[in-house]
Design a protein around this ligand. Structure first.
Ligand code: FES
Length: 177
């Protein structure tokens, strides 16, 4: 290799190096949303404290989520509602969490008029306070959600629930992706 060729080779190598240095931040920027941990609906979230729930009196909580795709964040919007029901002292779990989305066709389930159960106003599905079916309109009972274990004697214990949505119209409880 003569001197001229060495010079051309050196210039090309320096150019490639500069290009690489400039490209790395750009590529990192483009890939960063894909690499970041998403705060999606699989995380536990704090809804209230144990002492704020009264045995046998369901309370509803909206689930607010910041929607985002790989590169764009959208304003926080409600994505669902959870019913929390405090259980009697001798129950295995101090609190149960139920999705308010009806397993029939996804209408929002409310507390029934007498406060002793739940009702879906769209097609009159009735459910017990534990979410089990009273009639056969919905293909399954209300969808239970996972509650983080707590000390049942601590009124300040945070009630943390893992929110998820499930397919409607099926007997089986099938999580949506
Ligand atoms: S959507 Fe609830 S009963 Fe039909």
């Amino acid at each position: 290799m003569n001197r001229r060729q060495w010079f051309q080779f050196g210039a090309a190598a320096i150019g490639a190096l500069i290009g690489l240095v400039l490209a790395v931040p750009g590529v990192a920027y483009l890939l960063s949303p894909l690499l970041k941990r998403r705060t999606d609906d699989s995380d536990f979230r704090t809804l209230t404290r144990l002492g704020d729930l009264v045995e046998g009196q369901p309370r509803s909580f909206s689930i607010i989520e910041e929607q985002r795709d790989a590169w764009v964040s959208y304003p926080a919007t409600p994505v669902g509602t959870v019913w929390l029901v405090r259980q009697p002292e001798d129950a295995p779990e101090p609190v149960i969490a139920l999705s308010a989305e009806c397993p029939h066709l996804a209408c929002k389930i409310k507390v029934s008029g007498d406060g002793k159960g739940f009702l879906c106003p769209c097609h009159a599905s009735f459910f017990e306070l534990d979410g089990s079916r009273v009639n056969r309109i919905s293909p399954r009972g209300m969808d239970t959600l996972e509650v983080e274990p707590i000390d049942p004697n601590d009124p300040n214990a945070e009630i943390r629930v893992k929110f998820h949505r499930f397919r409607t119209g099926t007997e089986e409880k099938i999580p949506l992706a």
